[in-house]
Write a new protein. Structure first.
Length: 737
């Protein structure tokens, strides 16, 4: 165990480098102050500059660890599924029951009837959902889910256009930018790499102009931006096409860059100028669609084309829509048109913002054996035809439909057993009320959890898991920042909780798997670190790494995505069929799908502002990340609940038209569900749009009306043509409750 004070005597305080790492967009070191076996205080990194400062979630982590509602022991359901009535059982009984059910389902229906879901609730190198998926693969297999809820649209777009998801610059490169466009990007809440806001502050102080394009004046925009441009959700690509129109007609494009490093710009130019379809994509055309004044579009286009270097940073949120991949393809195309790719102070866009792996090596994880259920189908994983990826897997947004309809609905199997780790799908996946129906129809449900949350209430067996501060693990920072973390176990596991890995180790022999793990926790972590040897960023001394908790990588200069490809394209081609940036993608053209076109286009989507459904449900719903939660984690932490009450944001004009005042309880509803929630009447959101942050815990009353404010009771369980979550594509109505 790493510690900064070696005294072990009673009453002494030891400072243990650890980390409460969840999927919050940061990987922040936490200094746990431990006295007599209990955490008495948590502080952030106080080491060398720039310090890796934790946000309010990390500082409040002690209240999560010691929350009185934590699950303390295994439990078995005794009431109807979903009632939340359980009785305590021993670990032996719980694991024996799970093993028996897995064997029964395998023997009766086959391994494909086991649907397993692991997500981002725990993201260490050892203690994560892979532990159970590895076990199930060794058991004969399972049906897996596919689709990244955060960024599937970005992955699709970047693979098509760049061929490589490592398209980001290190955060310190923002200091080289003269203009920073934050398009649907709110790192004050979602972090986007520890210290992002620190560098934004420095960039602003150095004279960079910062512009925010977003339906809301979010906290990042309010703090750093000199200009806020409100835009209707789902219309971003129309505004980008209009910006391209200005650059083309005013001869502001970087033609040398386009000629040298891209293919297909001519086809995109024909679309933008109207030569293809007779509709020039002028700023006036875009104003009608987006709500952004034509003059504002023209001004931003000229600034982005002439204020060099400039960084257009596109967040995940607009990509989580019914045409999400088009948003990210549009940003990459604008970056190419201005020549801001592969240079200091620029940015390749594309949403992913990962630093090239060759610069900062990945730490290995436990190996995953091939899932026998997917034998022969591994080549389908990278296909641009999402229907092929769904031949053996289920898209995460379609899980409820897959459980309800099975093979008759075109899914890989009729599902009987659902095994959930590191996830809260009933709360976090779309169409929660449909999820309730699906979970009630299953034969057996297993959930590993910290709390009896929405999903856990529908389990047959619930297993209590521990927190990152109760085990040791390794973490690589979000967006590949220049450091690695050894998160040390600060305290013993509370109550009877175990890690997902420990549960898998104990379940393995019950399933007849004798060789699941042959190492201790520390031996696994040592092996992972050793696996990164002979790289530019290897960790030379494991014991020092463990003791100090952080291994910092000192960069001689900021890392720039695709710098080698731009400076020396002959020897460093892009990993695309052409070796160049593909503004026109033949691979997408071969799909022959008008909703997945070979060039980026504005595509009018279902439940957009022009959908006839808007007559009944006229408000567009967005579901951004809150600053007080990491998805559904931390929702019940008292300090964080006091900080920011959960509410629906609504513009004052929309509120006045409905007789709604600030603080009133309102009903938000559509055909899929309804909730009662307080209203926050504010000018920080544009008319026609309402906002409910994701992650609030689903809490239905006796009539099925959600009182917890879970926006997924309103969302549609459908994905984009490229597989993007469409959590920001929904129409609702709001009325006074």
């Amino acid at each position: 165990m790493g510690n900064k004070e070696s005294s072990q005597s009673s009453g002494e305080v030891r400072v243990i480098p650890s980390g409460g790492c969840h999927d919050c967009g940061g990987r922040c070191p936490l200094m746990a102050h431990v006295k007599d076996g209990a955490i008495v205080r948590i502080l952030a990194d106080e080491g060398e500059e720039p310090q890796l400062r934790a946000c309010l979630r990390g500082r409040a982590y002690r209240q999560l660890v010691y929350h009185p509602d934590r699950l303390r022991y295994p439990m078995k359901r005794v009431g109807a599924r979903g009632e939340g009535r359980f009785e305590r059982v021993s670990w032996d009984e719980a694991l024996d029951t799970i093993a028996s059910e897995l064997k029964r389902v395998k023997g009766t229906y086959g391994n494909s009837a086991i649907l397993a879901l692991s997500y981002s609730g725990s993201d260490g190198a050892l203690h994560n959902g892979i532990a159970v998926l590895r076990l199930l693969s060794m058991f004969g297999g399972y049906t897996a889910a596919w689709g990244n809820a955060s960024a599937e649209g970005a992955y699709f777009a970047v693979r098509a256009q760049y061929g490589d998801p490592a398209c980001g610059n290190s955060r310190d490169d923002l200091l080289n930018s003269r203009l920073i466009i934050m398009w649907g990007w709110n790192p004050a809440h979602s972090i986007w790499g520890t210290n992002t806001c620190y560098y934004l502050a420095q960039a602003r102080e150095a004279g960079a102009k910062i512009v925010a394009v977003d339906p809301t004046l979010n906290d990042t925009a309010a703090t750093f931006a000199s200009e806020w441009i409100p835009i209707r959700p789902g219309t971003d690509t129309a505004m980008m096409a209009a910006m391209a129109y200005v650059m083309i007609t005013e001869e502001l494009c970087n033609r040398r860059f386009l000629d040298s490093h891209t293919i297909g710009f001519g086809q995109y130019q024909d679309y933008v100028t109207g030569r293809e379809d007779g509709i020039p994509k002028t700023p006036s055309w875009a104003e009608h669609i987006t709500g952004v004044p034509a003059a504002t579009i023209e001004k931003l286009a000229r600034e982005y084309a002439t204020m060099k270097p400039a960084a257009l940073i596109d967040g995940y949120a607009p990509g989580r829509s019914a045409a999400g991949e088009q948003f990210h393809r549009g940003t990459m195309t604008l970056a190419a048109m201005t020549g801001n790719i592969g240079i200091h102070g620029g940015h390749a866009a594309g949403g992913l913002q990962r630093i090239p792996v060759g610069e900062l090596a990945r730490l290995p994880r436990m190996s995953m054996p091939r899932n026998p259920v997917e034998a022969g189908a591994s080549s389908l994983r990278g296909s641009f035809d999402v229907s092929l990826q769904s031949l053996t897997r289920v898209h995460v947004s379609k899980i409820w439909d897959a459980i309800l309809r099975g093979k008759a609905g075109g899914y890989p199997a009729d599902f009987k057993l659902f095994y959930v780790t590191c996830a809260n799908p009933l709360n976090q996946f779309p169409n929660t009320n449909k999820g309730v129906q699906a979970l009630r129809g299953l034969e057996f449900v297993v959930v590993h959890e910290l709390f009896l949350n929405a999903t856990a209430k529908f389990a047959d067996v619930v297993l209590p898991v521990n927190t990152p501060l109760e085990r040791s693990d390794l973490y690589r920072p979000f967006t590949s920042g220049p450091y690695y973390m050894h998160s040390n176990k600060a305290i013993d596991s509370l109550y009877e909780s175990k890690s997902d890995f420990e549960i898998a180790v104990e379940l393995a022999p019950r399933l007849g798997i004798p060789n699941y793990s042959d190492k201790t926790e520390d031996e696994w972590l040592r092996e992972f670190v050793a696996g990164a040897k002979d790289t530019a960023t290897e960790i030379p001394d494991y014991d020092k790494f463990k003791r100090e908790g952080i291994h910092r990588v000192h960069l001689p200069e900021p890392i720039v995505g695709f710098k080698k490809q731009i400076e020396d394209p002959k020897n460093n081609p892009f990993p695309t069929p052409s070796g160049k940036i593909e503004i026109y993608s033949q691979r997408l053209a071969d799909l022959n799908n008008p909703k997945c076109p070979p060039i980026p286009r504005y595509i009018e989507t279902w439940e957009g502002p022009e959908d006839p459904v808007a007559e009944r449900y006229p408000l567009q719903l967005i579901t951004p990340h809150p600053r007080r939660r990491a998805h559904s984690i931390f929702h019940n932490v008292p300090w964080l609940r006091e900080l920011e009450p959960h509410a629906v944001w609504i513009n004052s004009a929309e509120a006045a038209a409905r007789g709604i005042r600030h603080g009133d309880k309102v009903r938000v509803f559509n055909d899929r569900g309804q909730m009662i929630i307080p209203a926050k009447v504010t000018e920080r959101i544009m008319p026609g749009v309402v906002s409910i942050t994701e992650g609030a815990w689903y809490d239905p009353d006796e009539k099925g009306i959600d009182r917890g404010g879970c926006p997924n009771v309103l969302s549609r369980d459908e994905h984009s043509p490229g597989g993007a979550f469409a959590s920001n594509t929904a129409l609702v109505q709001v009325e006074k409750a």
